[in-house]
Design a protein. Structure first.
Length: 256
């Protein structure tokens, strides 16, 4: 498995050839061609230039089984495409290593994740881990196959979105639809847990009632405020306190 971005890091010719030649290179190089075909469900609404640039900027990440790829409430910095293996999705409730903890979802080979967190600047309220519970009881953890990802960093992805706004709109829409399914699975597990604890759930409704609800992000997804935002809040509170002091002083004078 190779880093696709070696083409632009080691050879300057790629950026010097025409867009048509770049497309020919991607579509006629077997490794690029197979990758695009395997993830056509991601690329099917992407402009050609976006697809070329995303693929050529990708690099490989290899994880051993049972490792956390994205932890709870972390800032997602990479978009992951699964080339080999399976990824489990967990909620944050309980210990991640708990034997009785069940995944809410499995992502198989040729799935991807990290999209909506990056595109909407959200923290992940789901834990993504490489599968460790293989049905190979006689194999030790060290003997299990690695999980292989092809990735693109957040900065490069967001730069491409600025260059290709129509594609950005398309993948943002699809990412919200994917997030909806993830959150529904998360809510379903919570409902099952309450039922097993003896709590009665009557007429449980989905948290999503239409497209307007797709951007109703949860509290544990909201990103931390940047330093500039924190400073702006301090300035606002300082001005507010001064106004309150002025108002209190005026009321005191009026009472005399």
């Amino acid at each position: 498995m190779y880093d696709f971005n070696l083409v632009i890091e080691e050879f300057e010719f790629y950026q010097q050839i025409t867009p048509k030649m770049q497309t020919d290179l991607i579509q006629n190089t077997r490794v690029f061609q197979e990758f695009e075909k395997s993830f056509n469900h991601f690329f099917d609404e992407c402009e050609r230039g976006f697809t070329n640039e995303l693929i050529i900027n990708m690099y490989c990440r290899i994880y051993t089984p049972g490792k956390t790829v994205i932890s709870y409430k972390s800032n997602v910095k990479e978009l992951f495409f699964i080339r080999q293996g399976i990824v489990e999705l967990y909620t944050n409730e309980g210990s991640e290593d708990s034997k009785d903890k069940q995944p809410i979802l499995y992502l198989p080979k040729f799935s991807y994740f990290g999209d909506y967190q990056i595109l909407y600047n959200l923290k992940s309220n789901i834990v993504f881990r490489t599968l460790s519970n293989y049905a190979q009881e006689n194999k030790k953890m060290s003997e299990l196959p690695d999980i292989i990802f092809m990735c693109i960093c957040k900065n490069n992805l967001m730069n491409l979105c600025e260059l290709f706004p129509q594609t950005a709109e398309n993948i943002k829409r699809k990412s919200l639809e994917r997030r909806k399914r993830f959150m529904q699975q998360k809510d379903a597990q919570k409902s099952k847990k309450k039922e097993t604890q003896g709590n009665t759930i009557n007429d449980t409704k989905s948290a999503f009632n239409g497209d307007d609800d797709l951007k109703n992000f949860q509290i544990d997804e909201e990103p931390e405020k940047s330093e500039n935002q924190k400073e702006d809040m301090k300035q606002y509170l300082s001005k507010l306190n001064k106004r309150i002091d002025t108002l209190v002083g005026a009321l005191s004078e009026a009472e005399k």
